[in-house]
Design a protein around this ligand. Structure first.
Ligand code: FA5
Length: 349
């Protein structure tokens, strides 16, 4: 009978054969029924016809259901054969995370926040005025040349900022401008301290400690009676927060047109402990930042009276700092985005 024959169909081929035998156009059970119907006596035709149709519909529905079942079974078998196991839980998508350099900049912000510093920002496409003029950098300074600085071809004096110091000029101009009450924001607040983290660009040859694109964190404090001791105390505190209480730093006199006096701060090379290696070029020390007391010309340029106000500024290399904190011997690793390297950088949090 039909239900048993249907259940016995183990695959789609058998089902198609059964389909032909029951509802096929010629020679099938359904076709034979129609012939019998034609030969039936006239007064029985209505009743017999309805019964024949019901039977045919029942066959068709049974065949359709069974066909769907067999197709599903065939798909599952093919998937299993291909090595896919539908009973396994779905793969967990890899989760995104902040880049180690961003995490280090966030951490620096966290170190300075309790000291009253907030975050300021400036554009990466800067004007010569903010990048050089406002920072007391002379017209003939080599850093202004196209050998060191990326200029936009369209002209307009736009360049890719070579350091985060132009943010100093932007903020100083803003807080130095007199308001409607005749007072500047600086006069109203009595001082300011901020960090400016961001990307900078230079035509530097790429090597283990240099990249044409890198990051800096600028720091600035403006107040009254600010001296080098405030700068040294602040940076020593920050380095201990970053590298641990045993952090060994030194300050060397240096020159930047926008500070006077100027200094550079080195940290004892954590890769070799000071005995000399490739990263510290044998010296045992790695330069992390430039700093100094704000040059009077920089304050005056922004409309701030250097006889009243003073302050300090520093600019820290983020890749260099990240190398030291994580003991990474080559800053290029931070830009190659090898997941194994990035995932190993837990120490920067
Ligand atoms: C400056 O950029 C000054 N604007 C810093 C400053 C700010 C001085 C405020 C005084 C007051 P310098 O060119 O030395 O200085 O760069 C600062 C730091 O950036 C360096 O100490 C170094 O850590 C890092 N650095 C410089 N060039 C590169 C480079 N090509 N790749 C990676 N890091 C770099």
């Amino acid at each position: 009978a039909f239900p048993e024959a249907l259940a016995a169909c183990a695959d789609l081929d058998a089902l198609l054969r059964l389909k032909g035998a029951y509802v096929g156009r010629e020679g099938s059970h359904a076709a034979r029924l129609m012939e019998l119907l034609k030969a039936a006596p006239k007064e029985q035709k209505r009743e017999l016809g309805a019964a024949a149709n019901a039977l045919k519909t029942q066959w068709e529905e049974g065949l359709r259901t069974r066909q769907a079942e067999l197709e599903e079974a065939r798909k599952r078998a093919a998937a299993l054969a291909s090595g896919w196991d539908p009973t396994l839980p779905p793969p967990v998508p890899a989760q995104g995370a902040l880049h180690p350099l961003n995490r280090l900049m966030d951490r620096l912000v966290d170190v300075f926040r309790p000291l009253g510093y907030h975050v300021e920002e400036g554009p990466e496409a800067e004007t010569e005025e903010h990048n050089f003029d406002g920072l007391n950098i002379p017209e003939d300074h080599p850093a202004r040349g196209s050998a060191d600085t990326f200029y936009f071809r369209q002209g307009g004096g736009l360049l890719l900022r070579t350091h985060t110091s132009p943010v100093q000029v932007r903020v100083l101009k803003r807080i130095g401008a007199k308001g409607p009450d005749g007072l500047s924001e600086l006069e109203r607040s009595g001082g300011i301290r901020f960090l400016a983290p961001g990307r900078v660009y230079r035509k530097d040859e790429i090597d283990p400690t240099h990249s044409p694109m890198f990051h800096q964190v600028e720091g600035m404090l403006v107040g009254k009676g600010i001296g080098m001791h405030h700068l040294k105390g602040t940076l020593s505190y920050a380095m201990k927060a970053l590298f641990g209480p045993g952090a060994d730093v030194r300050f060397r006199p240096s020159y930047f047109p926008f500070v006077e006096p100027g200094a550079e701060m080195d940290v004892r090379c954590p890769l070799c402990g000071g005995s000399g290696c490739r990263v510290c070029k044998g010296s045992g020390w790695v330069e992390l930042l430039g700093a100094g007391l704000i040059h009077p010309n920089v304050l005056a340029y922004a409309g701030i009276d250097p006889a009243v106000w003073s302050g300090f500024a520093f600019g820290m290399g983020v890749e260099r700092t990240a190398m030291m904190v994580s003991q990474t011997p080559d800053l290029r690793l931070f830009f190659e985005n090898d997941q194994r390297f990035l995932n190993s950088m837990g120490g920067l949090d």
